[in-house]
Write a protein that binds this ligand. Sequence first.
Ligand SMILES: C[S@@+](CC[C@H](N)C(=O)[O-])C[C@H]1O[C@@H](n2cnc3c(N)ncnc32)[C@H](O)[C@@H]1O
Length: 353
Amino acid sequence: MSDHIDEAKLHAFIGKMLGDLGGAMSVPTVRIGLRLGLFTALAQGPATAEQLAARAGGLHARYVREWALAQAANGYVDYDPAAGTFSLSPEQAMVFVVPDSPVYLAGAYELVAAMIEAEGRVEQCFHDGSGVRWGDHAGCLFCATGAFFRPGYVNNIVQNWIPALDGMEAKLRKGAKVADVGCGVGFSTMLMAEAYPESLFIGYDFHEPSIKEARRHAEAHGLGERVRFEVSPAKAIDEDGFDLVTMYDCLHDMGDPRGCAAHIRQMLAPHGRWMVVEPVAGDAPGQNFNPVGRLYYNASTMICVPTSLDQEVGEGLGAQAGEARLSAIMREAGFTFVRRATEGPFNMVLEAA
Ligand SMILES: C[S@@+](CC[C@H](N)C(=O)[O-])C[C@H]1O[C@@H](n2cnc3c(N)ncnc32)[C@H](O)[C@@H]1O
């Protein structure tokens, strides 16, 4: 370490670290607030801590007061010192209360909790290069993942991503056969099925508990015969003739993305398309040193790379693989047409044929 300390740099860095630590320490209090319905209760209108405690079903007011002050210090709720009341702005409500808002972040907090719980397991992988099986990650990682991605899917799949594919929306409206590979708990599959009632959808994932959860969701939504969920590794799917194969935020998690790409090609009907939704990323790491890339690199260290390294080949693409590497894998598998169809703040959508 050099002796010279630049005081201004140090102050700026400590300021940043204080913000980061404050964010990290807010994770348990936010999760408690979400579970106990405190944010939802506050969305009904301004309240003192005592009123909020009562509104949330009779919680202990002293705890609610400290919680509300913590959230006010976080900037996650507003505080009126004159009235002694707390309140939630419409913007704060979008993040903590409205599940279909594009910026609902409850799932993100679940994901952080699962990452923290997995710390010891992943640390061991640094020594021996092993991976962590998707089903062996901490807590309910698969539920957290579903919840994390859901708001983006609810607001984009049907509105933006499918329409960006060449002629696909019209095909789906008429009646097409679709495979959603690596579907997890199936939110993406069900959103598509609800939007395109003439089409048939099959969701595949190698994680049985995810598929059970997806089947439960589909039944609750009354989607009947048009949606089916099957347990299968991507490379072992034994059905073909698909007009569209989708992969949402999962190609980079697979151990053998090249092998998967080649298999997807065999699954497609002659004019079929492959839609690959992946975390948005530039091709050079430095392009991803921004707030979104930061989230993805951390999640990738704890979740995506260990998941891939646990599988055969163990390519370990990581969540910030970038378009160039992903496109190269698709072309190697024999896809001659590959393009970035569209993108959003969190995802890019690649189309291949
Ligand atoms: C990050 S999650 C995304 C799940 C879902 N598509 C979503 O967006 O909510 C990655 C998914 O890929 C699945 N997966 C990983 N490797 C797989 C493989 N080789 N074959 C099938 N599924 C796989 C995992 O079980 C997990 O459900």
